[in-house]
Design a protein around this ligand. Structure first.
Ligand SMILES: [Zn+2]
Length: 352
């Protein structure tokens, strides 16, 4: 596609983000309160970066009611500790997009971003909202790992586990159990099986998995705020890698215009990782990792995740995403050196 047109679309998004009263991360420190144009969940800084699953459930039910059913919430199953795993679907258009948040329990910020996305796209009858909902169907697994979230750890909860990927006595690393050759009914990681089943039922064209990483700087010493990556296995079909690179470019441009500093994510080739597994299964599959920059940056990072969700949905709906030159993805800079802080180190030692 023409670069200028993508810029126009994404500039509108940047404008929308600036209405949240957000500043560039390099200059932002204490967050200012939101403006009157911000959605309810962001107004006055009231967004909760880490709601309990009970609060999340209430908020999803509220969104379903406030949207008069445009946001369709359903339980896709239960975690090992019997907490609900929710899907929230908005729109009924032909392009199917799936977002997954918080497979790793201690990587929470994709979840409040998803709530904000559902509100922005589902609550209201503006021409833009009706247009978007007629072009795309977006299905979000909002907090895939509610037990890990409650325990504030990476894994699911399974004290019996002695896993190949995970930690004995704690649980499985859900994001290593998506292999296409692993049947959901044989999946030892309960919540990964739920995602596999839901994926098979929904058959998304695009799949984006939201995580958090440690803190890193780029080659100029500027902090990396987010990283993206497409499937890296050589056996993923070329057209799916192409689509994933287009999604990556759109996400990067949208987030950059909203003040982020985005790098590539140096992820591995293992087929059990969602990014690779759902690429193998025939989706444009992308990983987005937000840096754990500390509570004073939560609002900025949530807004960044939100703008990536909107940017992908909007450009997919308009067809501009499908015209992006995928080779631009290669120009996204590599992730640089780690910035050592205690909170960031806890996330730094794992892959996606
Ligand atoms: Zn993760």
């Amino acid at each position: 596609m023409r670069k200028s047109r993508l810029i126009v679309v994404l500039s509108a998004l940047a404008l929308a983000v600036s209405s949240f009263g957000l500043a560039h991360p390099a200059t932002a420190a204490p967050e200012t309160s939101g403006t009157t144009s911000a959605p309810d969940t962001m107004r006055g800084g009231r967004i909760d970066p880490h709601p309990s699953t009970a609060e999340l459930t209430r908020e999803l039910q509220r969104l379903q009611w406030r949207s008069r059913g445009a946001v369709d919430v359903s339980e896709i199953g239960r975690s090992n500790q019997n907490r609900p795993v929710w899907s929230a679907r908005v729109g009924n258009g032909p392009l199917r997009i799936m977002y997954v948040t918080q497979q790793h329990g201690n990587e929470p910020l994709g979840t409040p971003a998803a709530l904000k996305f559902l509100e922005t796209t589902g609550v209201g009858q503006s021409a833009w909202q009706r247009w978007l909902r007629s072009r795309v169907t977006v299905d979000i697994i909002v907090r895939a790992n509610p037990d890990g979230s409650e325990l504030n750890w990476r894994y699911n909860y399974d004290p019996e586990a002695d896993p190949e990927y995970g930690e004995a006595g704690k649980g499985y690393d859900i994001n290593r159990y998506h292999s296409p050759i692993l049947a959901p009914e044989d999946n030892p990681a309960t919540e990964a099986g739920l995602i596999q089943r839901h994926y098979a039922e929904f058959e998304p064209d695009i799949m984006v998995d939201y995580h958090m990483q440690g803190r890193y700087a780029d080659a100029d010493g500027e902090e990396i705020t987010a990283s993206v990556m497409w499937p890296t296995r050589p056996d993923v079909r070329a057209d799916m890698v192409r689509l994933a690179k287009q999604v990556s470019v759109v996400a990067q441009r949208a987030m950059d215009l909203a003040g982020a500093n985005v790098s590539q994510y140096p992820g591995g080739n293992y087929e059990g990782i969602a990014r690779n597994a759902y690429g193998l299964r025939g989706s444009g599959s992308v990983l987005i990792e937000f840096s754990a920059m500390g509570p004073e940056h939560d609002r900025q990072q949530i807004a960044s995740a939100w703008v990536s969700m909107i940017g992908i949905a909007q450009s997919g709906a308009s067809g501009s995403l499908q015209r992006v030159d995928p080779t631009w993805a290669e120009r996204i800079p590599p992730r640089g050196e780690p910035i050592r802080t205690q909170a960031a180190s806890a996330l730094a030692s794992h892959g996606d």
